[in-house]
Design a protein around this ligand. Sequence first.
Ligand SMILES: [Zn+2]
Length: 502
Amino acid sequence: MPERKPVQHAPALPHVNLEANSFILSGGMVVDGSGAPPFRADVFVQGDRIAAIGTLDAPSDAHIIDATGLVIAPGFIDSHTHDDGYLLAHPDMTPKVSQGITTVVTGNCGISLAPLSPRDIPQPLDLLGPPALFRFDSFAGWLAALRATPAATNVIPLVGHTTLRVECMADLDRPADENEIARMRALLDDAMHAGAFGLSTGTFYPPAAHATTDEIIAVGAPLREYAGVYATHLRDEADLIVDAMEEALTIGRALNALVVFSHHKLAGEKNHGRSKETLALIEQAAARQPVCLDCHPYPATSTMLRLDRVRISRRTMITWSKGYPAATGRDFSDVMAELALDDEAALKRLAPAGAIYFLMDERDVERIITHPLAMVGSDGLPFDPHPHPRQWGTFTQVLRKLVRESQVMTLEAAIHKMTGLAARNYGIAQRGLLQAGYFADLVLLDAERVADNATFEAPIQVSTGIEQVWVNGQPVWDGKTGKSGLVPGRVLQRSTPMSAAG
Ligand SMILES: [Zn+2]
C-alpha cells in the first residue's frame, strides 16, 4: 500500500492525562476517510477526541492497543436507516456496531417515529417496529428520550413526510388542503428547531402517494431557513423513474436543499441497465444543485408485501406475516402453492406482511455504488423476524465483495463513501475523517478478513474482521467479546449549511 508521510512532530505524551479514557492505537494503517491512500501512523485518543495522529512517543504506562496489520478508519455512517425505534428498544445497536457503524441516519422513506400522537399505526409506518414505540407526539420529545437513554451509536435524525400526513390528515387518499399543509409545516418547523436535519418523503407508499409536488414543497418550506436535507424514496423506481427523479430535483431546488436519492435502484428486468441513464441525470443535476444518493450492495430490496413489487421480481421472500406467520423466511411462490391461492388471494391471506424482492441487476448495483456521489446506506428493517441481511451486513459486504474480492473499489474509496462523504453531505462537523481534534468515532478492522456473514437464508449474523469499534472515544464493539454495553452515542447537530456548499 502507498504510504503517506506521517506527522513528524509527535505530541509530548507525558503532558497529557493518561487516566481520562486515553489510549494509543499503535502501528496500524490509517484510512482517514478523505479518500486519500492509507498511511502508517499511530492514533492517540483522549476522552471523546482524537488528540493526535503520527509517530507517537508513548510513555510506558500508556494504554497501547496494537493495531499492527490492521486498518484504522473513521466510524462508518449508515446514511439510510429505519432505526428510529430500534435505538430506544435495543440501545446496544449490535446489528450496526458489529459492522463498524457509529452513526445512523434515521427517519428515511417518509417514515419517522415522531411526531405522531397515539393511534393505529398504518403501513408503512409499522416498518419502524411495534406500536408501543410510537409514543412521541413531538419530535423534540423523541430526541429528549434519545438523549436521556442514549444508544451505542450517534444519530442524524430526519422527519418523515408520511408521518406528518398521518398525524395531520384524517383522509390520506387526496392531496393535503391548506390547513393540513400549515399544520404539517409547523410540525416540521418544530422538528427542525429541535434538531432534525431535514425531511424525507416516501410517495411510493399509499399514505403519501396522493401528495402533489406542490404539497411537498409547501410542507418543506422550513428546510430553506435551516438549510436542511431532502431525502426521497421516489414515487417510482421502475418505468417512470426519470419523471420521479425530476420531481425530486424540482423539490430540492424549490427548498434550496440537498437532494438525497434514497436507495437508488432500477426495479424490474425491463429497467435493468438504466442506471447509465439515471446516473447521467444525477451528474447533470449536480452541476446546478446539491445532490447525492445512497445505496447498498445487494441486488434485492425489502419493504411491505405489495403485488406491484412481487410481479416485477424474479423471487420474493417473506420477512414477516401477521396473517400467516408460517410464511416467514419462505418464498412467496412456495407459500402460494401451499395455500393453493393466486398472488392476490395469497397477499390477502398474509397481510399485513413484509418481503424481500430480488428485482435489481448486479451490474446496476455495482455501477451505482461505485459512483462518486454514492454513500452507503443499509435501509435495514430492524424488527423484521427474518430481515433482509443488509441490516447486519451492508458495510462489511462492501469491504469483502466489492473491495477485496471483485476489486471494483479501493479500500480508501469505499471507506470515503462510508465516512467523509456522508459527513460532508449531512453537514456533520468534526466527524467522518481521522484528524486531530475530531471526535473519536473509530473502527479497527482487518482488511484481509473483513466479511459479512448475514445471508438471505440466515440474515441475523454479526460480521467477521471488525476488531474494535469506538463511539465518542468509548468502546462499543469487540470482535472477540462482542458488545461492551456502553451507550456513548449522541444526537448529532447540523453544523454547515450544505446547500451553500454547492
Ligand atoms: Zn425507502
